[in-house]
Design a protein around this ligand. Structure first.
Ligand SMILES: C[S@@+](CC[C@H](N)C(=O)[O-])C[C@H]1O[C@@H](n2cnc3c(N)ncnc32)[C@H](O)[C@@H]1O
Length: 305
């Protein structure tokens, strides 16, 4: 029997000839996602293709004629269909960048939003003016705020604690803590607001659930994220109010509090702060879109710094 000798050259593993190139895959993916409520169909498609091909977004854009393997095409189609059903891109790729980090994220925890970086920047500034103390992030989720604060401070004079009632969120936070690039220790506690905390904090940060049920129900972008991370009760203020009421016994006299809010809540939250922490300055801070995004109570007003 004659030996069978293949005359076909073997293509390199990621160069199997298919119909699909980066350009055509992205065009298809973006078109598919334009049929959904996603506000960023092209970006979503780029992030998902980057994940499916293990190439950076820049590489995809620089080599649009690069051919996909059939496995890459199939994986990309699967990811696009998952996204079309409302699954957040961050859950599909397993991470989301926040400040200078890539945080691991998946079902059971809120995907960090860029607006929260402003609260972190304010808090970093405040801590750089202090020499130590306890910093508590209430409703820490993936550890988003507390890890960003702990990793930025070289000094070991601060104790950092993140708390959340959700075991799923805390599992992500523990995973993210392992990649913390700092000597600081971050403790993670399961609990309701600050009911478990017997000390006096220098800084309390909180991005608590602050949406009203009508802002959540039927919202395609939020449908796959945990209700526990979103629902702030009838006016969206139930948890924020409970936290502020507890503050006088949980905060040092010259401590500070930073609360992320829905833009519609700034007046009500300032009133709460003025009622329960009248010796501190309550201030509203806008996000880059000019919307009221977080409120602080601190001993020194921004314009006196
Ligand atoms: C809007 S998410 C914020 C997550 C994270 N801090 C961030 O900024 O991305 C709100 C978080 O508060 C937590 N949470 C809900 N109820 C809480 C409560 N009673 N006490 C403390 N945290 C709570 C949720 O589990 C969720 O992780």
């Amino acid at each position: 029997m004659p030996m069978l000798v293949s005359t076909k050259p073997t293509p390199p593993p990621d160069r199997v000839v298919t119909q699909e190139t980066v350009r055509s895959a992205l065009a298809w993916g973006a078109t598919r996602l334009r049929q959904t409520p996603s506000s960023t169909p092209r970006l979503d498609a780029e992030l998902l293709l980057s994940h499916a091909t293990d190439r950076t977004r820049t590489a995809l854009l620089v080599w649009p004629d690069h051919a996909l393997t059939s496995d890459q095409s199939a994986e990309f189609s699967r990811l696009i269909e998952e996204r079309a059903s409302g699954v957040p891109v961050a859950y599909l790729v397993g991470e989301r960048s926040f400040m200078e980090f890539d945080l691991a994220v998946g079902p059971g925890a809120l995907v960090p939003r860029p607006e929260t970086e402003l609260l972190v920047e304010w808090s970093r500034r405040l801590l750089s003016e202090r020499s130590g103390g306890v910093v508590v992030d209430v409703g820490t989720g993936l550890g988003t705020i507390i890890l960003a604060l702990a990793s930025h401070l070289p000094s070991g004079d601060y104790a950092f604690i993140g708390s959340d009632p959700s075991p799923d969120a805390l599992a992500w936070a523990r995973q993210n803590r392992t990649s913390l690039n700092s000597n600081a220790t971050v403790h993670l506690v399961q609990g309701d607001l600050l009911t478990w905390f017997g000390g006096k904090a220098t800084l309390v940060t909180a991005n608590l659930p602050y949406l009203r049920p009508d802002q959540i129900d039927g919202n395609w972008e939020l449908a796959n994220e945990p209700r526990l991370a979103l629902d702030g009760g009838a006016q969206g203020l139930e948890l924020i109010e409970r936290l502020v009421v507890s503050m006088p016994t949980k905060l040092k006299r010259l401590g500070a509090l930073a609360l992320e809010i829905d833009p519609s809540q700034s007046k009500a939250v300032v009133e709460l702060l003025q009622r329960h922490l009248p010796w501190l300055n309550a201030e509203v801070h806008q996000d880059l879109a000019g919307l009221d995004r977080f409120v602080t109570a601190s001993p020194i007003a921004e314009n006196q710094r």
